[in-house]
Design a protein around this ligand. Structure first.
Ligand code: F6R
Length: 371
């Protein structure tokens, strides 16, 4: 049921304030007077000790689910102190990469049925690792075969392009980081700030959704382009990859997410006055580095669209020439949840304006059950 919306993708983008609320329901605790703030993940409680003792945490997924894990990786490393590595399921299988008994392997999948992820799960089980599932489908193969897990609870996602599952997956993995991390005095302020940030997230997403009209205007401007680059780094490297994936899969426009730190190692050669480039430059520890990336792209006459924190337009707009997308600020590790929303809207409007099928992009299936 699409309700008042024309397409499922549109509905699922706009229902993110609600899907995020459902994902967090009953899991965040802002205790009474003497109890501090904490996270309760029922499906993990018997395994937390083992996870904390593991030598390495490996995230495995495909497509958008991989990108969600990439967005959560920095906060998991920060709070757990355990090395976190990333694997695209098919690539791990191609290499038959080493997995050990001392590893915790986290499988991220909206459908819970993706063939590559499922096969990687069989492989990790054979190698004796502790396997954790993060899926949006109760009773799915990945939910059943893993030792323990967390349901995403984002509600059924129908549009082939994943939107609300992505933001809920990031929130689930941020809660996972809080659950694994030790409640030490030194990390207490940071943990509480993240928990407060999670509570506020649905209202901030509501706020960023107000950019709908602006994103439609931007889509109109980009309608006939051949290509779009998206630059990000740090927490928002994932935003660049995921924004580009949305544009290419539904709007059928070539788009590439680029790690801004790699700019000088090749991508800079593409920059000219015609190619549109989105730069994600919201406030976090990487902000000044992103400012210098913007300056360098500007010096090559790049056609820039800069995403920045509200009030920062003047600090990112070199020569007053770039288009600006201003988004509300949240705790740095949660910023990817906010920043992807304008790019989801852009991909949606680009698709409709270009006359393509939004909910069933050419050649794609919602659940990839073959290899
Ligand atoms: C992109 C998209 C795909 C899926 C990928 C994994 O919008 O939907 O990239 O994310 O096929 O699917 P799941 O999460 O079901 O394992």
């Amino acid at each position: 049921n699409k309700g008042n919306y024309e397409h499922y993708m549109q509905k699922e983008i706009h229902e993110q304030p609600e899907s995020l609320t459902t994902t967090m329901r009953g899991r965040l605790i802002r205790g009474g007077s003497c109890k501090s703030k904490s996270v309760l993940l029922g499906g993990l409680k018997d395994h937390l000790k083992t996870i904390r003792r593991s030598r390495r945490i490996i995230f495995i997924g495909c497509g958008t689910s991989y990108n969600a894990a990439l967005a959560a990786r920095p906060i998991l490393e920060e709070l757990s102190g355990i090395p976190v590595t990333m694997e695209i399921a098919s690539d791990l299988l191609d290499r038959q990469g080493p997995i050990y008994r001392e590893d915790t392997v986290v499988f991220v999948s909206q459908s819970g049925e993706t063939a590559d992820t499922l096969q990687a799960l069989d492989y990790a089980l054979e190698n004796g690792a502790l396997c954790v599932g993060i899926t949006n489908t109760v009773g799915s193969a990945i939910a059943r075969k893993t030792h323990c897990g967390i349901h995403i609870n984002a509600g059924c996602e129908i549009g082939v392009a994943s939107t609300k599952a992505y933001t809920s997956q990031i929130v689930v993995m941020a809660m996972l980081a809080l659950a694994i991390g030790d409640d030490t005095i030194s990390s207490q302020a940071r943990r509480e700030a993240i928990i407060d940030g999670l509570f506020d997230l649905p209202s901030k997403v509501k706020e960023v959704l107000k950019l709908n009209k602006e994103m439609k205007d931007l889509a109109q401007l980009l309608i006939a382009e051949q290509s779009l680059l998206v630059f990000g780094r740090g927490y928002n490297y994932a935003t660049a990859l995921e924004g580009a994936l949305k544009v290419k899969e539904v709007a059928l426009m070539h788009s590439e997410g680029i790690l801004a730190g790699e700019m000088k190692h090749g991508p800079l050669a593409l920059v000219d006055e015609t190619l549109p480039i989105v730069v994600v430059a919201t406030r976090d520890a990487c902000f000044s580095k992103q400012q210098s990336v913007i300056q360098q792209l500007h010096a090559r006459k790049g056609r820039l669209i800069v995403m920045c924190t509200k009030g920062d337009a003047a600090s990112v707009s070199v020569g007053g020439s770039c288009r600006i997308i201003e988004v509300p600020q949240v705790e740095d590790c949660l910023q990817p949840v906010i920043n992807i929303v304008p790019l989801q809207l852009l991909a949606y409007h680009l698709t409709v304006l270009r006359g393509y099928n939004v909910d069933q992009p050419r050649n794609l299936a919602k659940s990839v059950t073959t290899q």
